[in-house]
Design a protein around this ligand. Structure first.
Ligand code: SF4
Length: 365
């Protein structure tokens, strides 16, 4: 249930965004006992509010297991959300109608509106329509590309599945997508193993582009390739964004890459967003203690600056998402924790224009 006051200010702040999530959750059951019933829940994504403007790149960072990939997959409905909303290219007026129906407790109207407009609740044909507009590039092209299929069939597959084109028309679209990523007609009849890691990732990008989407989730798209190829892939992604007006959610643990490609950066810890700001602000002045620690580990190319830089070493491991700590989830590892931190959960608030932090060090107002 969204508190109306919060929702209204949220809508004002996120005006015109292509994608907005509100209270988005994805929990996975831990099955146990003879009957294999859920005995606990892994709270991989646990109440995430983010927004992405059209044509923008939002970088998503955090340690392994913090929920970044699950969030990316839930947003484009590769995974079904447990709770919450995903508003994609939806006018504020329609979102308000959904919030009002929720507040009134009008279950029938809420169900009708959500199935029609809320990506988190869509099904069947409607969901398929939206999926066409949102695609994903996976981390490892070796596992994402079927080794027994030729490139022409791999790239054409989404067109066939969505029944958009076949035969000659499909091949034209395939060629167009391949050329956009720097490949060509001569690659159509080859198999994935005949390509280098960088070229394989280009094929994966072409497959995502063939449906002419607006929004791409890039899930660690350069982590499986050599360092020398990474810069070229990042450049390609930037060019494609400009050419096609794409919007990106760029998921990575590589802070240097995130800094290069992102307009804004969101930091995730144990299923929640703890800080969000434009790239320059967050790298120059991180406010959340977790972000400060995470960013202090970023390599500095200048050896003099590197020597001066103070690294914040966090003690302890990331707690289990099955049983996250009470209050602020970061409190067992936080060097700045104080009285309310283990009891009260901090909420994401705007502490400076465009700079959002979830930490009791920055109280509202
Ligand atoms: Fe640290 Fe408290 Fe802020 Fe959490 S709320 S990050 S424990 S200071």
């Amino acid at each position: 249930m969204i508190a109306r006051e919060y929702a209204e200010s949220w809508l004002e702040k996120t005006q015109g965004a292509l994608l907005r999530t509100m209270g988005l959750k994805k929990h996975f059951p831990v099955l146990g006992g003879v009957l294999k019933r859920p005995v606990a829940w892994v709270r991989a994504v646990d109440g995430v509010d983010i927004w992405i403007q059209r044509g923008e790149t939002l970088g998503l960072v955090g340690e392994s297991g913090c929920g970044k990939t699950t969030l990316g997959r839930t947003i484009i409905r590769l995974l079904d959300p447990t709770e919450g909303h995903i508003f994609y290219d939806l006018p504020e007026e329609t979102i308000k109608r959904i919030i009002e129906a929720e507040e009134r407790g009008d279950k029938q109207e809420l169900k009708r509106l959500r199935e029609q407009f809320d990506l988190a609740a869509m099904k069947g044909k409607k969901l398929k329509e939206y999926r066409r507009r949102m695609q994903i590039v996976f981390q490892n092209p070796l596992t994402a590309l079927n080794p027994r299929m030729m490139v022409k069939d791999i790239v054409a597959e989404p067109l066939v599945v969505q029944r958009i084109a076949k035969g000659e028309a499909a091949m034209e679209r395939v060629l167009e997508a391949l050329q956009a990523v720097g490949l060509g007609r001569e690659h159509l009849r080859r198999y994935p193993h005949e390509f280098s890691g960088g070229q394989r990732q280009r094929i994966a990008i072409a497959r995502a582009l063939v449906l002419r989407p607006e929004f791409l989730v890039l899930d660690e798209p350069t982590s499986a390739v050599d360092v020398s190829v990474r810069a070229r892939l990042l450049k390609l992604l930037g060019e494609l964004q400009e050419k096609y007006g794409l919007t990106y959610l760029f998921i990575s643990h590589d802070l240097s890459q995130v800094q290069v490609i992102s307009d804004r950066v969101a930091v995730m810890y144990l299923g929640k967003i703890v800080e969000l700001a434009d790239t320059q602000t967050i790298f120059e002045k991180p406010l959340h203690p977790y972000t400060q620690a995470l960013f202090s580990a970023k390599p500095v190319p200048d050896p003099v600056l590197a020597r001066k830089k103070k690294r914040i070493v966090l003690k302890g491991d990331v707690p289990s998402p099955v049983n996250p700590p009470s209050g602020c989830r970061f409190h067992p590892r936080c060097l700045k924790r104080f009285e309310p931190c283990d009891k009260e959960e901090p909420h994401l608030i705007e502490v400076e224009p465009g700079h959002w932090v979830a930490c009791h060090l920055y109280p509202p107002g």
